[in-house]
Design a protein around this ligand. Structure first.
Ligand SMILES: Cc1cc2nc3c(=O)[nH]c(=O)nc-3n(C[C@H](O)[C@H](O)[C@H](O)COP(=O)(O)OP(=O)(O)OC[C@H]3O[C@@H](n4cnc5c(N)ncnc54)[C@H](O)[C@@H]3O)c2cc1C
Length: 462
C-alpha cells in the first residue's frame, strides 16, 4: 500500500474499533447498526458540515422501500424504518403514491433529516466528526491508520475495522483495493444539480392539465428552441413545504466526478441549466408564473464513480433472475434506472423492471472488497456491474447495506472472523432480529403504516 505520509509523524486523534468513512445514508446507518450493541467504539467521519450525503445534499424521497407496481411489497426494514419513524414523529414525511417509475417513495424534509441523523448518531454514543476529510491510508500493524485533514491540520485515526461509505470508495482507493471506474466499460451515469422552486400554484397547474400538459410543454420548448432544456422529460414533485416543488431534471453528461477540473465544469453547467428550467417553468407552465428557484443542491448529484470489486459482484443477470441467495443481506425491487446520453447526444433514461415477483437478494460478498479481512464497502460504491448498480442504488438499499456491514463488523470483532469469512447465518439472524427483510414478503404492503398524506404528484416522464 502506497502512502503519501510518514504516518508516525501525524498526530494521533483517536483509536477506534470501527471507523466509518462518510456520513451518507449508508454510512450513518452502518455506524448506528455497529454502535447499537454498545460493545465496541464507533467513529463516523464526514467531509461536509452535515450528515446524510446525497439524502440531504440534494434529495427528498427515499425509494426502494417498496416494489413498483399496483401491489407493492415492502422489502426493506430495520434501521431504515427507524429513520422514517423519526421523521414521522414530527410530521416530516408523506408517501408519494407512485405505481410506476421507482415505486412508492417516502418523501421527507431533508433539513429535518439532517437533525434526525445527528440525534440518532449522538444518542448511540458514536464519536462524530464533521468537516473532516479522509486523505490517506497506511497499514499500522493489523490495523489501518487513516489520515484525515480538517482546518486544524492532519490527524491520524487508527481503526481495527473500517467501513468505506464515502460513495466514491475513497478509502478502498487509497488502501489499494481494486475497483472499476464508472465510464471505463459503459458510459457513466449523468450528473444532476437538483433545484427547488417556491410559490407554485399547484391547483392552477393541475387544472391546466398537470403532468400531461407539462410533458407537452417540455417537448414544445425543446422542439421550437424557445427554451434550450437539456432533455424532454424529468421529474418535479411537491415537497413537504407548502407550494414548493423539487426537481430531478438537469442532466450533465460526459464528466467525471473523480476529476476536479471536469467536476468544476459540471457544477457550472448544472447551475446554468437549473436557471434555463426556471425560465421555462415561469414562461410556459401555468401555475409557475410567480415561482422562483429557492435552492440548488449542495453539490451536483453524482450517481456513480468507483465500484469496488468485491468477493461477489452483483450482475444484471442475477437481478433479472430474481434470485434470493442463501447469503442475502438485503432485498431490492427497484428497476434499472440508467441516466445516460443517447447516440444523438440527447439524454435518455433507460428503465428495466425486475420480472417475475420483482425482487432479488443482494449477497453478503458485495460489501466485502476482494482481499479484505477488516474492511467493508457500502452504498453507491459497493460491488456491482454498471447495470446492476443502476438498480441497487436507491437509499433504502444503501441504508440496508450499511446496516448489514455495521453488524458484520461487530460480528467479526466478537468472533474474530475475517470480513470474508463472517458466518452468514449468524449475520442474517441478527439482521432479522433488528427487522431487516430477507425473504420475499407474501402480502401486499400496508402503506397506511406511515400515514398517507395525499400530495400532488407533478412527475413527468415516469
Ligand atoms: C441526482 C440523483 C438523484 C437520485 N434520486 C434518488 C431518489 O429520488 N431516491 C433514492 O432513493 N435514491 C436516489 N438516488 C440514489 C441515491 O441517492 C444514492 O445512491 C445514495 O444516496 C448513495 O448513498 P451513499 O451513502 O452510498 O453515498 P453518498 O450519499 O454519496 O454519501 C457519501 C458520504 O461520504 C462523504 N465523503 C466522501 N468522501 C469523503 C472523504 N474522503 N472523507 C470523508 N467523507 C467523505 C460525502 O460527503 C457523503 O456525505 C439519486 C442519486 C442522484 C445522484
Amino acid at each position: 500500500m502506497f502512502s503519501y505520509f510518514n504516518t508516525s509523524r501525524v498526530p494521533l486523534l483517536a483509536e477506534t474499533d470501527i471507523l466509518v468513512v462518510g456520513a451518507g445514508s449508508a454510512g450513518c446507518v452502518a455506524a448506528l447498526a455497529a454502535a447499537a450493541g454498545e460493545r465496541y467504539s464507533v467513529m463516523l467521519v464526514e467531509r461536509y458540515g452535515f450528515p446524510g450525503g446525497t439524502s440531504t445534499q440534494m434529495l427528498d424521497t427515499f425509494y426502494g422501500f417498496f416494489t413498483p407496481g399496483p401491489a407493492p411489497r415492502k422489502v426493506v426494514g430495520g434501521w431504515p424504518d427507524r429513520v422514517v419513524d423519526e421523521l414521522d414523529r414530527t410530521g416530516d414525511i408523506f408517501l408519494r403514491p407512485n405505481t410506476y417509475g421507482a415505486g412508492t417513495g417516502v418523501n421527507y424534509n431533508p433539513e429535518r433529516l439532517k437533525t434526525v441523523w445527528d440525534r440518532l448518531i449522538l444518542q448511540h454514543g458514536i464519536r462524530y466528526l464533521l468537516h473532516t476529510t479522509l486523505v490517506d491510508v497506511a497499514a499500522e500493524g493489523e490495523r489501518y491508520a487513516c489520515i484525515f485533514w480538517n482546518k486544524g491540520g492532519f490527524y491520524r485515526v487508527v481503526a481495527r475495522r473500517v467501513i468505506d461509505a464515502s460513495g466514491d470508495a475513497d478509502f478502498c482507493h487509497l488502501a489499494g483495493f481494486e475497483y472499476e471506474r464508472a465510464g471505463d466499460a459503459e458510459p457513466a451515469q449523468s450528473l444532476t444539480t437538483t433545484f427547488r422552486m417556491s410559490n407554485v400554484d399547484l391547483d392552477r397547474y393541475e387544472r391546466a392539465g398537470g403532468k400531461r400538459m407539462l410533458k407537452e410543454k417540455m417537448h414544445e420548448a425543446v422542439d421550437t428552441g424557445r427554451h434550450p432544456l437539456p432533455r424532454r422529460d424529468g421529474s418535479a414533485h411537491e415537497m413537504n413545504a407548502r407550494n414548493c416543488i423539487s426537481t430531478v431534471a438537469v442532466k450533465v453528461a460526459g464528466h467525471s466526478a473523480l476529476d476536479a477540473e471536469s467536476l468544476t465544469e459540471a457544477e457550472v453547467e448544472g447551475r446554468r441549466q437549473a436557471f434555463v428550467y426556471e425560465a421555462f417553468f415561469r414562461d410556459s407552465v401555468p401555475g409557475f408564473e410567480a415561482s422562483s428557484i429557492i435552492g440548488l443542491s449542495h453539490q451536483i448529484g453524482v450517481r456513480e464513480t468507483r465500484r469496488v470489486y468485491g468477493l461477489h459482484r452483483l450482475t444484471k443477470e442475477e437481478c433479472m433472475a430474481g434470485r434470493i441467495p442463501d447469503d442475502t443481506i438485503l432485498l431490492c425491487g427497484a428497476p434499472i434506472e440508467d441516466h445516460r446520453q443517447g447516440r444523438n447526444g440527447e439524454d435518455e433514461t433507460h428503465w428495466e423492471y425486475i420480472p417475475g415477483h420483482g425482487v432479488y437478494g443482494v449477497p453478503y460478498g458485495t460489501v466485502v472488497p476482494r482481499g479484505s479481512s477488516t474492511v467493508w464497502v457500502v452504498g453507491r460504491c459497493f460491488s456491482a456491474t454498471h447495470d446492476a448498480h443502476a438498480s441497487c442504488r436507491s437509499m433504502a438499499q444503501t441504508m440496508s447495506m450499511g446496516q448489514a456491514a455495521g453488524l458484520a463488523a461487530v460480528q467479526s470483532l466478537v468472533r474474530d472472523e475475517p470480513a470474508g469469512q463472517v458466518e452468514a447465518g449468524g449475520l442474517r439472524d441478527r439482521l432479522r432480529q433488528i427487522g431487516a427483510v430477507l425473504e420475499l414478503p407474501e402480502t401486499v404492503a400496508d402503506t397506511s403504516r406511515y400515514g398517507w398524506k395525499r400530495k400532488q404528484n407533478v412527475n413527468v416522464g415516469r
